[in-house]
Design a protein around this ligand. Structure first.
Ligand SMILES: [Zn+2]
Length: 166
């Protein structure tokens, strides 16, 4: 005769089996990669980008602080993705964070960028990607200025700046 306990264990085993089946299905196990408007193979990106841009945009590298001239850029203008040209930030949302990386309190539009939790080096951070090509741009932190309180800490090498016509 089946006791209540063994019945429960049977149910738990069945549930675990079901989870195993779901996990074995690659479509269920991994988050589906979002469809990109701009898609290139790694070899194509290597040809399209300068090595420093490739390292940041495609390999999630970080440029040396204070190395980008865009950190000190003060002119009015627009910052686009160096990989695909997607407009990302306006000079109006730029501020000097003192970190040595170009910093903004918001993107031009919520859907211009994509944000993902990143646990590299055991630190929980929010990675910021270009929505259009999936290129790594930097991270966003909660210690920015008003009105958003956000600090989009960007790699200058991942951006291209176009000053407004005077
Ligand atoms: Zn892009």
């Amino acid at each position: 005769m089946m006791t209540r306990r063994t019945a429960w264990m049977g149910l738990a085993a069945a549930a675990a089996g079901l989870r195993g089946l779901l996990a074995a299905n690659p479509a269920q196990a991994a988050q589906p990669a979002p469809a990109r408007e701009v898609v290139h193979s790694e070899a194509e990106w290597r040809k399209l980008l300068a090595p420093a841009q490739f390292d940041v945009l495609r390999k999630a590298g970080t440029e040396r602080p204070f190395s980008s001239p865009l950190d000190k850029e003060k002119r009015a203008g627009r910052y686009s993705c160096a990989g695909c040209g997607q407009l990302l930030f306006s000079s109006r949302a730029k501020f000097d964070s003192g970190t040595g990386w170009p910093s903004f309190y918001q993107p031009v539009a919520k859907d211009a960028v994509e944000e993902h939790t990143d646990r590299t080096f055991g630190i929980k951070r929010t990675e910021v990607l270009c929505h259009r090509c999936g290129g790594h741009l930097g991270h966003v932190f909660n210690d920015g200025p008003p009105p958003t309180g956000l600090r989009y800490c960007m790699n200058g090498v991942a951006l291209s700046f176009a000053p407004d016509a005077a």
